[in-house]
Design a protein around this ligand. Structure first.
Ligand code: GLT
Ligand code: MN
Ligand code: MN
Length: 414
């Protein structure tokens, strides 16, 4: 097809897909678009970039047009490393504020890049005190940026906190140093927030089981929960989690169970939404493209526990998508699948079949406990409940029916 007809084709087929929500509807959800996601150029270790650089002004304007109400960024996504803390930082922050206001968007979250620059080759908690001091300053500076931009959240992905070869890094020492960085950030936050009359930020740790190191010291959200309650943090109440769907799947976990454990600890504060495959790379495919049934289940859990966001589109548009396609296809379709799955999760919670089945399961068969526990008859209890337990599979069928629209009478016949 003639190159100058290709965009028209993509747009026409997008329209033919239907199912798009209006920007106003999309804005009703606490969804955020990261600067780094839209600006990702498609590069990787074996991949040259396929897209050209995009600045924050363009990203913010495009997100606003789509109806993504929030934006987030790493410090160095927008400010060159050499400009951090200098006049250039202030100039850029002023431009960001103007761009956000023009797009009717808010900055929800800021995060510090403590993994890409060569100085972090040995992690932000390296043995060398000067590297740790520099990392601590970077975290404090990000806290200031967050307050300046009106953010509510700060995210910490520890990146290179780990090793390639055993023995060089002493794990307990490294974790203590990492905790010191977080402590500095929280303590600085308390001061800045008080001076600005704002609430402190919610500091959210994000785990990833592999990449960029061979071994990672805090590879899962559960490891981070242990770290938060280890006694190493001076303000554990200020630190929670930003789990990422794919990062829990990558190590072979069930994302829904990982989220449930975070919920029970009161630490599910922020959620990176995307999709991908078990035991593979951090491919950051868009939400619902790989595991829509699992996603439906995840959102049922979150809705039933009152978690309403932020839902952060930590998604990398594939390198086969063009610069234009990123905003024409990638982000609007990701948002719309999320909204659809979210609303579907509401339907699951109200579904009469699932409600009745769940209530029956919880009711049990009504076998009275014996007065003497020795007289418990496990076989009889099993027999009394075994028809009820068939409902597990029926509920699973019902969820698939809802996902595929079969509950509304969609059937196929020869
Ligand atoms: C990096 C990582 C993401 C994190 C980002 C926040 S950085 O892209 O792979 O999952 O959310 O620092
Ligand atoms: Mn990821
Ligand atoms: Mn992430």
């Amino acid at each position: 097809m003639n190159p100058n007809q290709q965009q028209a084709l993509v747009s026409r087929l997008m329209d033919a897909c239907g199912g798009a929500y209006s920007p106003e509807t999309r804005r009703k959800y606490f969804i955020s678009g990261p600067q780094w996601a839209a600006a990702y150029e498609g590069h990787a270790l074996f991949h040259a970039p396929t897209r050209s650089a995009v600045g924050f002004e363009e990203v913010i304007a495009a997100y606003g047009k789509i109806g993504i109400g929030h934006w987030c960024t790493h410090d160095t996504d927008v400010i060159p490393t050499e400009g951090l803390g200098r006049d250039q930082q202030q100039e850029i922050l002023a431009r960001i504020k103007t761009a956000l206001a023009a797009a009717d968007m808010k900055c929800s979250m800021v995060t510090t890049e403590t993994f890409h620059h060569a100085v972090f080759a040995g992690s932000p908690a390296a043995e060398q005190p000067e590297i740790r001091e520099y990392a601590a300053w970077r975290l404090k500076n990000t806290v200031e940026i967050g307050h300046e931009l009106g953010a509510q959240y700060a995210v910490y992905w520890p990146g290179s906190l780990g090793y390639y070869t055993q023995g060089a890094v002493e794990e307990t020492e490294t974790l203590r140093w990492y905790a010191q960085g977080l402590n500095v950030a929280c303590e600085h936050d308390i001061k800045v927030a008080a001076a600005k009359g704002r609430p402190t930020l919610k500091h959210c740790m994000e785990a990833k089981p592999f990449e960029p190191q061979g071994e990672i010291l805090l590879p899962t959200s559960d490891a981070m929960l242990g770290f938060i309650s280890s006694g190493l943090l001076t303000h554990p109440e200020m630190v929670g989690l930003n789990p990422e769907y794919l990062h829990e799947l990558m190590w072979g976990g069930a994302p829904r169970a990982a989220l449930a454990r975070a919920l029970l600890c009161g630490k599910l504060w922020h959620f990176d939404i995307n999709d991908g495959y078990r035991l593979k790379h951090d491919v950051d495919i868009a939400v619902g493209l790989v595991n829509p049934l699992d996603w439906l289940n995840v959102l049922v859990l979150l809705r039933s526990h009152g978690f309403n966001g932020p839902f952060n589109l930590d998604y990398k548009p594939p390198r086969t998508t063009s610069n234009w396609g990123v905003f024409e296809v990638s982000f609007p379709t990701a948002v719309d699948r999320f909204i659809t799955l979210w609303e579907m999760a509401g339907e699951v919670l109200e579904d009469p079949v699932i409600k009745e089945a769940t209530a029956a399961l919880k009711g049990g068969a009504g076998v009275a406990a014996p007065s003497d526990p020795k007289d418990f008859d496990p076989q009889a209890i099993f027999e009394a409940n075994k028809e009820l337990l068939t409902l597990h599979e029926l509920i699973a069928h019902r969820l698939v029916q809802i996902l595929l629209g079969l509950h509304r009478g969609r059937v196929y016949s020869l």
